[in-house]
Design a protein around this ligand. Sequence first.
Ligand code: ADP
Ligand code: ADP
Length: 239
Amino acid sequence: QPLISFKNVSKIYNNGTVGLKKVNLDIFQGEFVVIVGLSGAGKSTLLRTINKMHNITDGDITINGESITPLKGKKLCKLRSCIGMIFQNFNLVKRSSVLRNVLIGRVGYYPTWKSVLGIFSPEDKKKAATALQRVNLAEKIYARADELSGGQQQRVAIARVFMQNPKIILADEPVASLDPLTTNAIMDDLKNLNREFKMTVIVNLHSVPLALKYADRIIGLRAGELVYDKTITEVSEQD
Ligand code: ADP
Ligand code: ADP
């Protein structure tokens, strides 16, 4: 059974813009999927329908066979707590420390009053430190988030997702604003989470060489339509 299944999914924005058009797609547990396409092709829309940041207009999306369309309240929170998200602009709390930004991953969508007030257990702090070690940022633990370079901020975001321990990671153009060396470090971090913890990773990229380097499977979108879907071994020169 697929982990995530799109069945004839369309998304039309309120102003009439087509985000997705009749998308059929099955994603399996443990896959590292890269979505490529020009700006405006619908990559971001597709990712955001998976955690219901956007509601779809037509069709259905299931996760583990269960439709997410009717989910509300606590059930929606539960869905979101098993999905981590990485953004192009990092989305850190700029004036908070790196440690606090990573601890936020622990709050999830069922915050306790302590976590709301920013009180975390020693165990969680230890976990956050370990998460920062994974991304080679142990020495920045008490730095303010906005003092870090872009690549470092994105590694903090990856440590935050690691703290969340999600089943699925959605990464929306995670390296679009980064230099090539930093780009590889970030992609390696995502690949490691995929390999070590079997987290299913879906990444939007506009670089085809990068997609070829990291993907198990490449999906192409054009004007909201799924126009390409091949595993990395099926990809050929003519593509
Ligand atoms: P990509 O991530 O591939 O650049 P998007 O999913 O962001 O593409 O956008 C797909 C289409 O939907 C584009 O035409 C875009 O302008 C439009 N779109 C995206 N978000 C909105 C929105 N909130 N309201 C209206 N149109 C939107
Ligand atoms: P301003 O600079 O206008 O005060 P900020 O964007 O710095 O606004 O933040 C406003 C409030 O929102 C702050 O309390 C900040 O900690 C919080 N905040 C900002 N970004 C995030 C985020 N990604 N997640 C959670 N809280 C955030």
